[in-house]
Design a protein around this ligand. Structure first.
Ligand SMILES: Cc1ncc(COP(=O)(O)O)c(C=O)c1O
Length: 409
């Protein structure tokens, strides 16, 4: 599956592909060629390894969450062991930097002077701005005005790192459309730095490849810690990069369950969610075929989640394929459940997970009940949640006000 996709049209079963105007095909082919070269270029790989170690701060720990484990034990004191893959400890506070630094190096190697990227939660924006500062590349980050408000601390960091911020009306999907437009304006000097595993080939493959370090480290660390593999790997699914980053290493290990958790937002039947796997139908968006939130006329339905980084109407074509062949399972978690998990992990572990990662953590509530004692569960803690503290606080205040209003009537 992988080799064919690297060198051809990036099809994952019926998903993926290159649905773009003719003028872009040459540019994407050039990118695919360069990517395939660096995969086997020992000089590039050695430089990347140093950047990942000394700049990003890898490897990230595989942390045994003792109190979270205790929390999910049954009345007989039995339950799974829960481990967190601490991507929140990366430079910039999320997994996004693994891919951003590698692609910024690729851009530099291709002689591009200017990097354009779209961001939702702002983590990819921060990572890209940091990588561009380090590599002396001009950086433009496009962000929806709604997201700029919700993730204002990340906007500040991007500015401090010297990025130019372009605001567009809307959210991440609108920012992505605008970033692609900006890239197309000047293909010879610009590089579109995809932050997640969507878009036309080779973008999904590049992002997945540079994120696959998460799963590779997890395998090694699991072997060191308990002499085996994880039994279950859980990750949140926005558009797919952190999930694929940890899943990819284990796709061939049929005894490792791979679980993706999507955002059910205000409820899976509320029409206000980002559950593309659960509710989407197949369509083409931003240059590739995937499950997609769209109406009967093929118009995009705006996604919603309290985890801003989960708001995207499409999803990684490779994850769609893993769903189709039954290799990965997908479930949903509501805003409310994610907020509860955010609070729980803060209180019992002293770790503040991003609201996106809190969706994966929230699913433990349903998962742990049915698992045999001692099952090794690894949750990808894709990022830190400092950026979300204001959102969480506002939500709690609104809830308090609502309950007060109800009781005083
Ligand atoms: C911390 C964090 N986790 C997860 C995601 C979702 O993206 P993806 O599905 O590509 O990992 C984001 C997106 O911004 C994020 O910031």
């Amino acid at each position: 599956m992988e080799e064919a996709s690297l060198f051809s049209t990036g099809k994952f079963g019926r998903f993926g592909g290159i649905f773009v105007p003719e003028t872009l095909v040459t540019c994407l082919n050039k990118l695919a060629d360069e990517f395939n070269l660096v995969l086997h270029d020992s000089h590039f790989q050695a430089e990347l390894a140093v950047a990942l170690r000394d700049y990003v701060g890898r490897e990230t720990p595989l942390y045994f969450a003792q109190r979270l484990t205790n929390h999910y034990k049954n009345c007989n004191g039995q339950g799974p062991e829960i481990y967190l893959k601490r991507e929140d400890l990366n430079h910039g506070g999320a997994h996004k930097i693994n891919n951003a630094i590698a692609q910024a190096m690729l851009a530099k190697r291709m002689g591009r002077k200017r990097v354009v990227a779209a961001t939702g939660a702002g983590q990819h924006g921060v990572a890209t701005a940091a990588a561009c500062a380090k590599l002396d590349l001009d950086c433009t980050i496009v962000m929806g005005d709604v997201d700029m408000e919700r993730q204002s601390s990340n906007v500040l960091m991007m500015k401090l790192f010297g990025a130019q911020i372009t605001s567009v009306q809307g959210t991440f999907k609108d920012a992505t459309s605008e970033a692609i437009r900006k890239w197309v304006e000047d293909l010879d000097i610009s590089y579109y730095l995809a932050g997640t595993a969507v878009g036309p080939h080779p973008c999904p493959t590049i992002v997945r490849q540079f994120q696959s370090i998460i799963g590779k480290e997890t395998r090694k660390q699991a072997m060191e810690k308990w002499g085996g593999k994880p039994d279950v790997v859980v990750a949140c699914v926005g558009s797919g990069s952190n999930a694929l980053g940890i899943f990819h290493e284990f796709i061939g290990d049929e005894d490792v369950r791979l679980i993706g958790v999507e955002a059910a937002g205000a409820g899976i039947d509320s029409g206000k969610h980002s559950a593309t796997m659960a509710k989407g139908v197949i369509g083409v968006y931003h240059g590739a075929m995937s499950y997609l939130l769209q109406d009967d006329e093929g118009q995009i339905i705006g996604p919603h989640s309290i985890g801003v980084g989960l708001e995207y109407p499409g999803v990684s074509p490779e994850l769609c394929f893993l769903k189709d062949i039954g290799r990965a399972e997908f479930y949903t978690v509501t805003d409310e459940e994610a907020l509860d998990a955010y609070g729980l992990v803060c209180r019992v572990e002293g770790i503040c997970p991003a609201l996106e990662a809190s969706h994966a953590l929230a699913y433990l509530g349903k998962l742990c009940e049915g698992l045999p004692n001692g099952t090794k569960v690894v949750v990808n803690c894709s990022g830190g949640g400092n950026k979300d503290a204001k959102t969480v606080l506002n939500y709690q205040l609104e809830k308090q006000i609502a309950s007060h209003t109800c009781t005083s009537h």
